[in-house]
Design a protein around this ligand. Sequence first.
Ligand SMILES: [Zn+2]
Length: 365
Amino acid sequence: MTIPTVLDTAHGPLNLPAFFPDATRAVVRTVDSRDLEACGVAGLVVNVFHLSSRPGAGLIKHTGGVHAFMDWRRPIASDSGGFQLMSMIRENPRYGTITRRGIHFTDQDGNRKKVLFTPERSIRQQFNLGADLMICLDDCPSPNATAGEVEVAVDRTVQWAGRCKAEFDRLLRSRQDAGPEPLLLGVIQGGYDKALRTECAGQLLDLGFDGFGFGGWPLTPDGELAEEILAHTAGLAPEHLPRFALGIGKPEHIVRCYQMGWRIFDCVLPTRDARHGRLYVFDASDPDRIDVRAREFYHFVYVRDEKHKRQTGPISATCDCPCCQHYSLGYLHHLFDIGDALGMRLATLHNLRFYTRLLELVAAL
Ligand SMILES: [Zn+2]
């Protein structure tokens, strides 16, 4: 069995590998769906927790689902939102508690009402959104968790995955339309402990999922890519099922994870960096000579840097993004200097195109 290069989804074939920008609240900040298509973006990740808070997953269902809501025609993955919730609670217990039943959370958005976020509720909301790739609610321990805490998280992740799967199967059976079915991904937890990762994956495989995600922190406590545990975890999932390296990552980390077998990636870096004026540029001046296996193959251009003020050329002469095709780095510097939103939009388009080109180059490895 070889690793597939295409994944069939309810919104068409998804070429693998693929990078999904984070459209947490049904928007990739500053750009619209036409912009995303123009940059070659293959799919998006929305966040169930945030969208169920505002505008409400039921409201999005009423509008025809999240694809119709934001007029996006390509695949969408819905992140359960557990990661963000748990990080908040673990940083500040006043936000809520985590039990076997689910995540008890005090809504910080206005009315401070108490919410019980369960695996079943997460799946129902993902159905309301109409996502193509749904992701099980999992228990993500902090990177500093003790061995005992990681063991509890694995146990809870498996228990929640079973409940997610049961709810997913129930909703599939009760579906009215006969269109292509969404896929459900289980999340493999276990911290930096290989034995726990193996145990978690084994139990998830018994439950039966359409794909797997890497759960937990993909970096070591000192900020390096957790290569050993990522490679070990990739090897635990069958090759024919999609493997989603959740939250990864930096360009060099995507290359490494691809070599391990991971095929779908999502990360806030390219869009967040763009809004802060940090632009990604391939080192090679000839686009045919970009070697993503090199130790260093790209660098940053800081758009606010005074030295760019009189620059008449684009950010990168080899980039075919809508920004580099029409505007100079000097103009972009000016837009950032006066704080105009157009600067952020153009920078976002450039960084997203860098990432989609990166994935094209990775696919050719
Ligand atoms: Zn560009």
